[in-house]
Design a protein around this ligand. Sequence first.
Ligand SMILES: [Zn+2]
Length: 262
Amino acid sequence: MKISTVYLYDEPSVPEIKIEDLVKFIQENFRVKVESRESVFRFFKPSSGAVSYELAACRIFDTKRPFEKHNPTNEEIKMEEELLTESKETNIIMYDGFEFQKIITSLIPENELQSDKFHLAFTNKLTCTYDFTDYRYHGRAVICSNPSIISTTGIIEAPAKPREYYLALLTKMTQGLNIDSIKDQFKGKYLEYHDSKLADVVKGYALQALIYYLTGEPFCESIECRLFNAHWQADLLYSQIQIGKLCNKHQQFLDTIVANRE
Ligand SMILES: [Zn+2]
Protein backbone atom coordinates (compact mmCIF):
# COMPACT_ATOMS: atom_id res chain seq x y z
CA MET A 1 0.00 0.00 0.00
CA LYS A 2 1.31 3.44 -0.88
CA ILE A 3 0.07 6.80 0.32
CA SER A 4 0.47 9.94 -1.78
CA THR A 5 -1.79 12.34 0.12
CA VAL A 6 -3.07 12.49 3.67
CA TYR A 7 -6.20 14.51 4.44
CA LEU A 8 -6.67 15.56 8.05
CA TYR A 9 -10.07 16.70 9.30
CA ASP A 10 -9.99 18.88 12.38
CA GLU A 11 -12.25 18.82 15.44
CA PRO A 12 -12.74 22.56 16.04
CA SER A 13 -14.01 22.11 19.60
CA VAL A 14 -10.58 20.70 20.57
CA PRO A 15 -7.94 23.27 19.51
CA GLU A 16 -5.36 21.32 21.56
CA ILE A 17 -5.06 18.89 18.63
CA LYS A 18 -2.96 21.61 16.91
CA ILE A 19 -3.75 20.30 13.46
CA GLU A 20 -1.03 22.32 11.68
CA ASP A 21 1.64 20.78 13.92
CA LEU A 22 0.29 17.36 12.98
CA VAL A 23 0.44 18.28 9.28
CA LYS A 24 4.16 19.05 9.66
CA PHE A 25 4.75 15.92 11.74
CA ILE A 26 3.24 13.61 9.11
CA GLN A 27 4.99 15.44 6.27
CA GLU A 28 8.35 15.08 7.99
CA ASN A 29 7.88 11.44 8.95
CA PHE A 30 6.21 10.06 5.81
CA ARG A 31 7.32 12.58 3.15
CA VAL A 32 3.82 12.78 1.72
CA LYS A 33 1.52 15.63 0.87
CA VAL A 34 -0.68 16.49 3.84
CA GLU A 35 -3.73 18.72 3.66
CA SER A 36 -5.66 19.92 6.69
CA ARG A 37 -9.35 20.51 6.37
CA GLU A 38 -12.05 21.74 8.70
CA SER A 39 -14.34 19.27 10.48
CA VAL A 40 -15.34 16.41 8.19
CA PHE A 41 -19.01 17.36 8.40
CA ARG A 42 -18.39 21.02 7.70
CA PHE A 43 -15.97 20.30 4.88
CA PHE A 44 -18.26 18.00 2.91
CA LYS A 45 -21.47 19.81 3.89
CA PRO A 46 -23.74 16.78 3.61
CA SER A 47 -27.30 17.50 2.57
CA SER A 48 -29.01 17.84 5.91
CA GLY A 49 -31.31 15.17 7.23
CA ALA A 50 -29.77 11.90 6.07
CA VAL A 51 -26.43 12.20 7.90
CA SER A 52 -27.91 13.48 11.15
CA TYR A 53 -30.38 10.60 11.04
CA GLU A 54 -27.57 8.06 10.44
CA LEU A 55 -25.47 9.53 13.26
CA ALA A 56 -28.37 9.40 15.71
CA ALA A 57 -29.08 5.82 14.56
CA CYS A 58 -25.59 4.56 15.47
CA ARG A 59 -25.76 5.64 19.10
CA ILE A 60 -25.21 2.92 21.66
CA PHE A 61 -27.66 2.59 24.54
CA ASP A 62 -26.96 -0.90 25.85
CA THR A 63 -23.22 -1.55 26.18
CA LYS A 64 -23.77 -5.29 26.67
CA ARG A 65 -25.45 -5.93 23.32
CA PRO A 66 -23.83 -5.97 19.86
CA PHE A 67 -24.79 -3.19 17.48
CA GLU A 68 -28.42 -2.78 16.64
CA LYS A 69 -29.52 0.21 14.65
CA HIS A 70 -31.26 2.67 16.95
CA ASN A 71 -34.54 4.19 15.90
CA PRO A 72 -33.82 7.84 16.65
CA THR A 73 -36.28 10.35 18.02
CA ASN A 74 -36.79 13.70 16.28
CA GLU A 75 -35.00 15.36 19.16
CA GLU A 76 -31.91 13.15 18.74
CA ILE A 77 -31.83 13.87 15.00
CA LYS A 78 -32.18 17.59 15.65
CA MET A 79 -29.31 17.50 18.11
CA GLU A 80 -27.05 15.77 15.57
CA GLU A 81 -28.12 18.32 12.97
CA GLU A 82 -26.98 21.14 15.25
CA LEU A 83 -23.67 19.40 15.96
CA LEU A 84 -22.96 19.09 12.22
CA THR A 85 -22.79 22.82 11.77
CA GLU A 86 -21.52 23.81 15.16
CA SER A 87 -19.10 21.37 16.72
CA LYS A 88 -19.45 21.85 20.43
CA GLU A 89 -19.01 19.91 23.60
CA THR A 90 -21.85 17.70 24.75
CA ASN A 91 -22.39 15.07 27.39
CA ILE A 92 -20.60 11.89 26.46
CA ILE A 93 -22.64 9.91 23.94
CA MET A 94 -21.44 6.53 22.71
CA TYR A 95 -21.46 5.74 19.00
CA ASP A 96 -20.62 2.52 17.19
CA GLY A 97 -17.19 3.27 15.72
CA PHE A 98 -17.57 1.16 12.58
CA GLU A 99 -20.98 2.62 11.77
CA PHE A 100 -19.56 6.10 12.35
CA GLN A 101 -16.69 5.25 10.03
CA LYS A 102 -19.18 4.15 7.33
CA ILE A 103 -20.96 7.50 7.58
CA ILE A 104 -17.67 9.37 7.06
CA THR A 105 -16.83 7.12 4.09
CA SER A 106 -20.19 7.96 2.52
CA LEU A 107 -19.28 11.67 2.58
CA ILE A 108 -15.98 11.33 0.71
CA PRO A 109 -16.32 11.79 -3.07
CA GLU A 110 -15.33 8.91 -5.32
CA ASN A 111 -12.23 10.61 -6.73
CA GLU A 112 -10.79 10.88 -3.21
CA LEU A 113 -11.47 7.28 -2.28
CA GLN A 114 -8.48 5.90 -4.21
CA SER A 115 -6.20 3.80 -2.06
CA ASP A 116 -3.26 6.27 -2.20
CA LYS A 117 -5.40 8.93 -0.54
CA PHE A 118 -5.57 8.49 3.22
CA HIS A 119 -8.22 10.26 5.29
CA LEU A 120 -7.95 10.82 9.04
CA ALA A 121 -10.85 12.49 10.80
CA PHE A 122 -10.88 13.82 14.35
CA THR A 123 -14.10 13.82 16.30
CA ASN A 124 -15.13 14.61 19.84
CA LYS A 125 -17.77 11.87 19.66
CA LEU A 126 -16.93 8.80 21.72
CA THR A 127 -16.40 5.98 19.24
CA CYS A 128 -16.87 2.48 20.68
CA THR A 129 -16.54 -1.05 19.38
CA TYR A 130 -18.22 -4.21 20.59
CA ASP A 131 -15.82 -6.79 21.91
CA PHE A 132 -16.97 -10.40 21.58
CA THR A 133 -14.38 -11.60 24.11
CA ASP A 134 -16.16 -9.92 27.02
CA TYR A 135 -19.48 -9.16 25.29
CA ARG A 136 -19.51 -5.43 25.76
CA TYR A 137 -18.77 -2.13 24.08
CA HIS A 138 -15.53 -0.33 24.86
CA GLY A 139 -14.54 3.25 24.09
CA ARG A 140 -11.83 3.52 21.43
CA ALA A 141 -9.35 6.30 20.84
CA VAL A 142 -8.70 5.25 17.27
CA ILE A 143 -10.59 3.32 14.60
CA CYS A 144 -7.95 2.17 12.13
CA SER A 145 -9.12 1.98 8.52
CA ASN A 146 -9.36 4.39 5.62
CA PRO A 147 -10.86 6.76 6.64
CA SER A 148 -9.43 6.42 10.13
CA ILE A 149 -11.10 8.09 13.07
CA ILE A 150 -9.41 9.54 16.14
CA SER A 151 -11.80 10.29 18.99
CA THR A 152 -10.51 12.97 21.35
CA THR A 153 -13.05 11.83 23.93
CA GLY A 154 -11.85 8.24 23.41
CA ILE A 155 -8.25 9.29 24.13
CA ILE A 156 -9.38 10.67 27.48
CA GLU A 157 -11.98 8.06 28.40
CA ALA A 158 -10.76 4.77 26.88
CA PRO A 159 -7.36 4.18 28.51
CA ALA A 160 -8.07 3.69 32.22
CA LYS A 161 -6.99 6.08 34.94
CA PRO A 162 -4.84 4.70 37.81
CA ARG A 163 -6.54 2.05 40.00
CA GLU A 164 -5.94 4.32 43.02
CA TYR A 165 -7.99 7.04 41.31
CA TYR A 166 -11.09 4.84 41.10
CA LEU A 167 -10.56 3.67 44.67
CA ALA A 168 -10.28 7.24 45.96
CA LEU A 169 -13.33 8.20 43.92
CA LEU A 170 -15.35 5.37 45.43
CA THR A 171 -14.22 6.19 48.97
CA LYS A 172 -15.09 9.88 48.65
CA MET A 173 -18.41 9.14 47.02
CA THR A 174 -19.49 6.69 49.70
CA GLN A 175 -18.49 9.26 52.32
CA GLY A 176 -20.50 11.91 50.46
CA LEU A 177 -17.42 14.12 50.09
CA ASN A 178 -16.49 16.48 47.29
CA ILE A 179 -14.63 14.60 44.56
CA ASP A 180 -12.81 17.64 43.08
CA SER A 181 -9.86 17.11 45.43
CA ILE A 182 -9.20 13.75 43.74
CA LYS A 183 -8.58 15.55 40.47
CA ASP A 184 -5.85 17.63 42.17
CA GLN A 185 -4.39 14.56 43.84
CA PHE A 186 -3.98 12.72 40.52
CA LYS A 187 -3.24 15.74 38.32
CA GLY A 188 -0.79 14.94 35.52
CA LYS A 189 -1.30 11.18 35.86
CA TYR A 190 -3.97 11.10 33.18
CA LEU A 191 -5.16 13.30 30.33
CA GLU A 192 -7.87 15.80 31.07
CA TYR A 193 -10.22 17.49 28.61
CA HIS A 194 -8.34 20.28 26.83
CA ASP A 195 -5.02 18.95 28.09
CA SER A 196 -2.10 20.59 26.30
CA LYS A 197 -0.46 17.15 26.10
CA LEU A 198 -3.10 16.12 23.54
CA ALA A 199 -1.03 17.62 20.69
CA ASP A 200 1.70 15.03 21.29
CA VAL A 201 -0.65 12.16 22.03
CA VAL A 202 -2.60 12.59 18.77
CA LYS A 203 0.68 12.25 16.84
CA GLY A 204 1.06 8.75 18.28
CA TYR A 205 -2.49 7.77 17.31
CA ALA A 206 -1.97 9.23 13.81
CA LEU A 207 1.16 7.05 13.49
CA GLN A 208 -0.89 4.00 14.54
CA ALA A 209 -3.57 4.77 11.94
CA LEU A 210 -1.05 5.37 9.13
CA ILE A 211 1.13 2.38 9.93
CA TYR A 212 -1.93 0.15 10.19
CA TYR A 213 -2.95 1.27 6.70
CA LEU A 214 0.52 0.51 5.37
CA THR A 215 1.11 -2.79 7.15
CA GLY A 216 -2.18 -4.12 8.56
CA GLU A 217 -0.59 -4.02 12.02
CA PRO A 218 -1.20 -0.85 14.08
CA PHE A 219 0.39 -1.75 17.38
CA CYS A 220 3.77 -2.56 18.87
CA GLU A 221 4.44 -4.82 21.85
CA SER A 222 7.03 -2.42 23.20
CA ILE A 223 5.91 0.26 25.64
CA GLU A 224 8.97 2.21 24.46
CA CYS A 225 7.25 2.78 21.10
CA ARG A 226 4.54 5.24 20.01
CA LEU A 227 2.65 2.31 18.48
CA PHE A 228 2.09 0.73 21.91
CA ASN A 229 -1.60 -0.02 22.48
CA ALA A 230 -2.08 1.65 25.86
CA HIS A 231 -4.90 0.40 28.09
CA TRP A 232 -3.84 2.70 30.93
CA GLN A 233 -3.41 6.45 30.91
CA ALA A 234 -0.02 6.05 32.62
CA ASP A 235 1.22 3.83 29.76
CA LEU A 236 -0.19 6.21 27.15
CA LEU A 237 1.64 9.18 28.68
CA TYR A 238 4.81 7.13 29.03
CA SER A 239 4.89 5.96 25.37
CA GLN A 240 3.76 9.24 23.83
CA ILE A 241 5.31 11.90 26.06
CA GLN A 242 8.26 10.40 27.95
CA ILE A 243 9.46 8.14 25.13
CA GLY A 244 7.83 10.08 22.28
CA LYS A 245 9.36 8.04 19.45
CA LEU A 246 9.13 4.76 17.61
CA CYS A 247 11.11 1.69 18.64
CA ASN A 248 14.12 0.81 16.43
CA LYS A 249 12.16 -1.76 14.45
CA HIS A 250 9.36 0.62 13.55
CA GLN A 251 11.67 3.58 12.94
CA GLN A 252 13.61 1.42 10.47
CA PHE A 253 10.36 0.43 8.81
CA LEU A 254 9.41 4.09 8.43
CA ASP A 255 12.88 5.00 7.13
CA THR A 256 12.57 2.27 4.49
CA ILE A 257 9.21 3.63 3.29
CA VAL A 258 10.63 7.14 3.07
CA ALA A 259 13.81 5.94 1.31
CA ASN A 260 11.70 4.11 -1.27
CA ARG A 261 9.78 7.27 -2.03
CA GLU A 262 12.85 9.35 -2.73
ZN1 LIG B 1 7.49 -0.42 17.72
